[in-house]
Write a protein that binds this ligand. Sequence first.
Ligand code: AMP
Ligand code: GLY
Length: 421
Amino acid sequence: MKIMVVGGGGREHAIIKKIKENKNVEKIYALPGNGGMADDAECVNIGAKDIDAIVSFALENKIDFAVVAPDDPLVLGAVDALNEKGIPAFGPKASAAAIEGSKVFSKNLMKKYSIPTAQYEVFEDARSALEYIESVKLPTVIKADGLALGKGVIIATTREEAKNAIISMMEDKVFGNSGSRVVIEEFLTGPEVSVLAFTDGKTLVPMVSSMDHKRAHDNDEGLNTGGMGTVAPNPCYTPAHAERAMKEIFIPTMNAMNAEGRTFKGCLYFGLMITPDGPKVIEYNCRFGDPETQVVLPLLESDLLEIMMAVADERLADVEVKFSDKHACCVIMASEGYPTSYEKGFEISVDDDFGAELFVAGAKLENGKLLTSGGRVLGVTAIGDTLYDAIQKSYENVDKVHFGNAFFRKDIGLRALKAER
Ligand code: AMP
Ligand code: GLY
């Protein structure tokens, strides 16, 4: 079989490595991929948002199955376009990807179907949003409606900050049209848990839970990033929480999307907060998380491609989805200065005795050398019998990867270790 994976980061590298385990796979193309995954897939210079070129490539190369991993092409209708040409694909259609593409849509969905989430109001003009801020309880959370590269959420502790956020989103349009509507919502407290789930609209199977570390620096300080590391499973998520989330959030969300005529098929990402009142939804994503995927998929014991094909064919109930009971830790190695400005072009080298999984996100091949080309450069994932072992092993192997201006958090998994005790 010939497989095509759309996307080019560490998440896609983890997906590709797992798909490769299937014996029927002869060839995997990554569009665009990156130089660090050249051993696992043929990288094709087509951008993940170039839907026409993606479909043409799939037709010309007789692709048997496509996986669309990032949010942008999903929201833009990549799966619709592939399916129209008869190419089966894993991922939601545009109508279902709206669950991530529009926060107004997802908040209204949760309200309509009584799915637990933060109280909120939607604003379409800056003046009424600014007026509302005068009396809102602090801290308050301001979210741009549309996609904003993970930067569209501001937690404001003062009215001044809240007003500035509204002005920059709605008037200065720092996120373009994504900020033409905003959601202002109640600030929730509690540990955060990421749960990815396979669903074909009939069946929903949650994967092992995980914990992201979004801030750039140790002790959760510094700017928000795409994620600086992850562990799985997440010790804050007990079997009782999982049972409640399944009953109050996961199944109701699948049913709500069906009822709206927007059946979700693919990986549905639940960003949960375990509040004093139980699990509530902070956000939905219409895709695998990054870097959650880099700890979740290495723990998957079943055949990923088989599961993905079953999801596309709506026969998820017939396949096995089994996870190991071990632990995984992924430490992201970034370029110093990420997420703002950083230098690139440094050579990456890996010691011969490196003994973990390497998922490359921001690197390019030039004259046979692998050079850094992004903010998040790569992730080092290790598996252990305990969380402590996984963390230790991951950091041991981080020390075996070298590149100029390398930067990583030293405390990935520490919060989870404390929660375990
Ligand atoms: P999001 O991009 O929606 O994941 O939001 C980014 C981060 O902001 C989340 O991971 C939370 O840490 C935080 N956040 C979002 N919404 C809320 C909320 N209602 N209350 C508290 N924190 C929130
Ligand atoms: N790590 C969070 C996300 O993928 O959105």
